[in-house]
Design a protein around this ligand. Structure first.
Ligand SMILES: [Fe+2]
Ligand SMILES: [Fe+2]
Length: 288
């Protein structure tokens, strides 16, 4: 009897050892999240991958190098058009408000892919880096869901309007170096969101769309956290490479995104997100 139980235990152990699958490795799981074209599947994989990483169920070593992802998975709609092809969004009508909300939904959808690309592309970073960006991916998925539900309540869905085709360009432009990625995506683009959101919240409040205003308030708080994560890893990489933080910050802006810096700055939010006085002063003279 004892031997039979032992045999049963051995068999159970053997059965419970899973064959190698994409969910076993963090980088392959992140790649799967990026490539998922079905919305629900992308959201589900995002949560699953985050959970598995948190539980320590994912291997964070992979010998294969990352590939450049030309086009992340997305549904057939929205139709993507150049910025010039985007209609002006006037908030005076429900359709105008919906078009504006739709553009935010689209940004959040891309932000899920960008967060996973920060995980997928850059190997050999500390575990905390991957945990941070998996956490960002989950929050972007949450923002996507909040805004999409509001869009639904206005009688529209994601895909009902055309959308910006250039949001993945920055992923391609910054794919060669994690320091460049950290400098540009969280600390310029997401930080630009911190600057712009308060005025948009005021605008939604003024037209009586309290729900949209409340959602954007949640997003603003979370985005401070995303930019802070960018700062954390930007500073880490500067220290690791023996680079001067402020000089690197200025060089990155000059090389990649100088024309994208616009004011006014939300200084309080930027300080919470880790910008120091010298960085704020530099940005200030760029926008004034
Ligand atoms: Fe977001
Ligand atoms: Fe974000």
């Amino acid at each position: 009897m004892f031997q039979f139980i032992l045999l049963l235990v051995e068999c159970t152990i053997e059965i419970s050892i899973k064959p190698h699958s994409v969910m076993d490795n963090l980088f392959l799981a992140a790649e799967k999240c990026i490539n998922a074209s079905n919305i629900e599947q992308k959201l589900e994989l995002t949560q699953q991958t985050f959970n598995a990483l948190k539980l320590g169920d994912l291997d964070t070593q992979l010998n294969e190098p990352p590939v450049l992802i030309g086009d992340p998975g997305r549904p057939l709609k929205p139709e993507l058009v150049a910025t010039r092809g985007l209609p002006r969004r006037r908030m005076g009508s429900v359709a105008g408000c919906a078009a504006l909300i739709h553009s935010f939904v689209h940004i959040e959808f891309n932000a899920i892919n960008l967060a996973w690309d920060a995980v997928y592309r850059f190997r050999g970073m500390p575990l905390a880096y991957y945990q941070d960006w998996a956490h960002v991916a989950v929050e972007e998925a949450y923002h996507f869901g909040l805004l999409r539900s509001h869009l639904n309540s206005l009688g529209y869905d994601y895909g009902d309007f055309v959308a910006h085709d250039g949001l993945w360009d920055v992923a391609r432009e910054t794919a060669h170096d994690v320091l460049v990625r950290m400098s540009v995506v969280p600390r310029v683009l997401e930080a630009r969101g911190l600057d712009a959101t308060p005025a948009i919240i005021d605008r939604f409040n003024s037209i009586g769309d309290k729900k949209a205003a409340a959602i954007l308030k949640i997003i603003l708080q979370d985005e401070i956290g995303h930019v802070a994560i960018g700062t954390r890893w930007f500073v880490y990489l500067c220290e690791q490479r023996g680079l001067d933080r402020e000089k690197t910050f200025v060089a990155m802006i000059n090389d990649y995104v100088k024309e994208r810096i616009k004011g006014p700055l939300h200084v309080e939010a930027r300080i919470k997100a880790g910008f120091n006085a010298k960085e704020i002063a530099y940005l200030d003279q760029l926008v004034n």
